[in-house]
Design a protein around this ligand. Structure first.
Ligand code: SF4
Ligand code: SF4
Length: 377
């Protein structure tokens, strides 16, 4: 599957903000691998109550309400909870003060005991490899429309994100904490510049690169770093909630964008709601010609309207299907120009040869191609 490459005009459209924090239903994916239930159908549940374990992962209710039983959409089996709109909590939790005074062991224990099976791959990597990380990079780079979510989340929670970024860097003795931003991101540039005195250890780097510079490997290469981990503002806000607010994360902000949308949408939403329910709530209409891409039109990972918003969904790009529209190569050279690995993808695409090992699968050569010739055929 490939998508139109017309996007990336970078955000001249207005962004509308929505709050979808009181959905009628939330959905929890059951794989059926050693599933152990802690609630019964029609029983009441509290927010943060453990509802089931599945494949050794624990699932907690993110609303209070009633267990409605199981429901199947497109072969996916969900446990459904209906909202009572009271947000009754299982536990009362308080803010931790002075998080930079925690020891490394205390902070690690918080992260491990938070039992967040839905940590992003970045956070999992951090928890398992903190000893070998020399540089921590917060990337706010905007290289395609969907990346704007990271800049927006930083803009919304900037003080909290800087607090946790600084605390983690100090507690885990990270030598190089760096924030990299696009040089067009005026609001965030002003904010980090004003606060740079408060956080003297954090280095600020401005980048004027266009795509595909937001790939973590390209960021670390640009900054000339070894043993670095690139985090998003979403990762850090997640860590802030776990470490400082002492709370699991049941809500997030997502960004919905697309060539044919009149507006972009910034939506504060509960996790575990169906994509189609958010679209309905925001009055976003799609057609059979549209595909929904998770987080990036360039990578074109497809998401269904019957999938749920989980911690891995940061944005949704509504794009046009282009499967049937491949044309002859016009020798424009764009794939060669934008390949970050100097591969000349044209040769491999046209000869249908396997791409060499140094390809990082960024998919830029498919995305950029005006003839829609993809890498994966
Ligand atoms: S997918 Fe591979 S060949 Fe294509 S642009 Fe990216 S690195 Fe280059
Ligand atoms: S981008 Fe597409 S059309 Fe242009 S040289 Fe590469 S394969 Fe050919």
């Amino acid at each position: 599957m490939s998508v139109e490459n017309k996007s990336n005009k970078y955000i001249l459209k207005k962004t509308n903000e929505y709050k979808y924090l009181s959905p009628e239903y939330t959905y929890y994916l059951i794989t059926g691998n050693n599933t152990k239930y802690y609630v019964k159908t029609k029983s009441p549940v509290l927010k943060e109550q453990l509802v089931f374990e599945d494949n050794n992962e624990k699932f907690y209710a993110n609303i209070s309400g009633t267990v409605m039983g199981r429901k199947i959409f497109e072969d996916k089996n969900y446990l459904v909870i209906r909202n009572d709109y009271h947000e009754k909590y299982n536990l009362n939790k308080t803010l931790r003060k002075k998080i930079n005074k925690l020891t490394k062991r205390e902070m690690l224990d918080i992260l491990i005991n938070a039992d967040a099976s839905d940590y992003s791959s970045n956070i999992k990597y951090f928890v398992n490899n903190f000893d070998s990380i020399d540089s921590l990079v917060l990337s706010l780079l905007i290289c395609e429309d969907s990346d704007k979510i990271y800049s927006e989340v930083f803009n919304k929670y900037n003080s909290d994100i800087l607090e946790i970024f600084d605390a983690i860097s100090q507690v885990f003795e990270i030598k190089n904490p760096i924030i990299i931003l696009s040089d067009t991101d005026d609001n965030n540039i002003e904010f980090v510049t004003n606060l740079s005195g408060m956080y003297p250890d954090i280095r600020i780097v401005l980048s004027h690169d266009k795509y595909p510079a937001s790939h973590p490997l390209l960021i670390t290469r640009k900054l000339n770093l070894n043993n670095a981990l690139v985090l998003t503002s979403m990762d850090l806000y997640y860590l802030y909630s776990i470490i400082k607010r002492n709370k699991k994360v049941f809500e997030k902000t997502i960004y919905i964008t697309g060539e044919n949308l009149e507006f972009n949408y910034l939506v504060d939403t509960k996790l575990n709601v169906l994509v189609k329910d958010i679209f309905e709530f925001c009055n976003i209409e799609t057609t059979d010609e549209d595909i929904l891409c998770k987080n990036s039109a360039i990578k074109a990972e497809i998401i269904s309207p019957f999938d749920i918003i989980d911690s891995t969904v940061d944005s949704i790009v509504i794009a046009k299907k282009t499967c049937e529209k491949q044309k002859e190569c016009i020798n424009c050279g764009l794939c060669n120009k934008y390949c970050p690995q100097n591969i000349n993808p044209q040769i491999y695409k046209l000869n249908k040869k396997p791409f060499p090992g140094k390809c990082i699968d960024c998919n830029m050569c498919s995305y950029i191609c005006p003839s829609k010739i993809r890498k994966d055929i």
